[in-house]
Design a protein around this ligand. Structure first.
Ligand SMILES: NC(=O)c1ccc[n+]([C@@H]2O[C@H](COP(=O)([O-])OP(=O)(O)OC[C@H]3O[C@@H](n4cnc5c(N)ncnc54)[C@H](O)[C@@H]3O)[C@@H](O)[C@H]2O)c1
Ligand SMILES: N[C@H](CO)Cc1c[nH]c[nH+]1
Ligand SMILES: [Zn+2]
Length: 433
């Protein structure tokens, strides 16, 4: 049963518990498993990948089966309906249009004394996209990963996704990949996929950046390989926080909570409302919708452990508590969402008004659905074109410009006790004289 608590109760502690669910003591044993997988793949390459694919995905593969073949890619098109293909194409167009807005551009500035300063953006050489596949077939996640990588101009894009029954990858996932120009696909999931992409194996290439969401194992693995490779963010088990007033429809609010809870038993679904009647009605609606929910067991677990309704005193109080939680998704199901928006500081994506269910953003509105979770929205943002770009600073000084700053550099270098730094400038001044 979804719990209702009042703002007077220890709401902050309860929110903290839910927020910390992916990094509290209870996940330590999972982290130990992930560390073991990372070490084994680093040392033994494909052999370890195949071992853990058998252990965690129940699929016995040979090394030569890791890469999806051209004939499998071709065959996938025969297995998806025209309607689904058109939906993938519509979503692709909208996601691409959004990600093409304000792509960072290289720039140079020509200053006094022929000083040139600038920033030069270049894509990473290789990107590894993780597309989850344990409990659902994440067709939309292929698009959310690959389109920004393409827009950034990444020359080599590879994808990893877990094998399903009979080693197969969902055909819609394969079609989505081809629609956005990704052909190099490996059937590997979980921590072993992240390890393979981070360290490289005989079959799977080492990449420079790994992006994409995943369950607790994938997220812990991404955290642990950060530094060896870049990552987008810690985009772990899904979350929704809904702020609703008396105008919200309780059946809609309940469905939106279940829409995130159904992703994972570790997903979180929270409602803040000023209306006691809405709180009760949402609680009842969640129970009713769970009765014949096809993913009832996992969804119920998420609701029981990480579901919560909080009766708040005001929308201002709701916004403040929401900032403490920093949700992945925030829905403002209130009469005037634009009046609440200025009070929101931390959220991965914000959905405004009664007619904007979070699922619009999951699939095709355009903004990226790969978003930071478990409080990471306090410092991180959605996957974007920038995730695949880095910039080099550009600096050019003329002799005149160098002469003018020589004294200042000498003073700073001497203060730091670094004489060769000072000399590297002074010697150039002497050469000129
Ligand atoms: N934050 C985001 O942007 C975002 C977006 C989409 C999905 N998600 C999340 O992605 C996740 C998808 O999870 P999923 O499970 O469906 O797919 P997944 O691909 O992330 O995980 C499946 C893999 O987990 C590994 N695994 C399963 N049980 C294991 C165990 N006991 N020990 C070690 N490894 C194990 C297996 O190797 C399997 O391949 C959900 O948590 C969902 O909420 C997040
Ligand atoms: N809600 C997920 C992000 O937490 C994204 C997604 C993909 N498909 C359905 N939903
Ligand atoms: Zn979703």
């Amino acid at each position: 049963m979804l719990r209702i608590i009042t703002q007077q109760a220890d709401v902050k502690a309860e929110l903290q518990r839910i927020c910390d669910r992916t990094h509290d003591e209870q996940v330590l044993h999972k982290e130990a498993t992930v560390r073991e997988v990372l070490q084994a793949v680093k040392r033994q390459g494909d052999k370890a990948v195949l071992h853990y694919t058998d252990e965690f995905d129940n699929q016995i593969l040979k090394a030569e089966e890791l890469r999806v073949t051209g004939s499998e890619l071709d065959a996938a098109y025969q297995q998806v309906s025209k309607e689904l293909l058109e939906a993938i194409q519509l979503a692709s167009r909208q996601i691409e249009a959004f990600h093409r807005q304000r792509v960072p551009k290289s720039w140079v500035h020509f200053g006094d004394d022929d000083i040139v300063l600038g920033k030069r953006y270049t894509p990473v050489d290789r990107a590894g996209l993780y597309v989850p596949g344990g409990r659902a077939a994440y067709v939309s996640t292929v698009l959310m990963n690959a389109i920004p990588a393409k827009v950034a101009g990444v020359p080599r894009i590879v994808m990893a996704t877990p094998p399903g029954a009979q080693k197969a990858i969902n055909p819609a996932v394969l079609v989505a990949a081809q629609e956005v120009g990704v052909q190099e696909i490996y059937r590997v999931g979980g921590a072993q996929a992240i390890a393979a992409l981070a360290y490289g194996t005989e079959t799977i290439p080492k990449v420079d950046v790994i992006t994409g969401p995943g369950n607790i194992y994938v997220t812990l693995a991404k955290k642990l390989v950060y530094g060896t490779v870049g990552i987008d963010s810690l985009a772990g088990p899904s979350e929704v926080l809904i702020i609703a007033d008396e105008g919200a429809n309780p059946v809609h609010v309940a469905t939106d909570m279940l829409a995130q809870a159904e992703h994972d038993p570790m997903a979180a679904a929270i409602l803040f409302t000023t209306d006691p009647a809405l709180a009760k009605n949402v609680q009842v609606a969640v129970e009713r919708q769970l009765v014949d929910h096809p993913r009832r067991i996992d969804t119920e677990k998420a609701i029981a452990h990480y579901g919560l309704i909080v009766l708040v005193e005001s929308l201002d109080a709701a916004a403040e508590l929401s900032n403490e939680f920093a949700p992945e998704h925030l829905e403002l199901e209130v009469k005037d969402p634009w009046a609440v928006l200025p009070n929101i500081r931390h959220a991965g994506a914000i959905f405004l008004g009664y007619s904007t269910p979070e699922a619009v953003g999951d699939y095709l509105a355009g903004p990226n659905h790969t978003l930071p979770t478990s409080g990471a929205a306090r410092y991180a943002s959605a996957l974007s074109v920038e995730t695949f770009l880095k910039h080099s600073s550009i600096i050019q000084y003329s002799q005149t410009a160098l002469n003018k700053v020589a004294g200042a550099i000498d003073a700073l270098a001497t203060a730091e006790g670094l004489p060769s730094h000072a000399d590297s400038v002074k010697r150039r001044i002497q050469q000129d004289e």
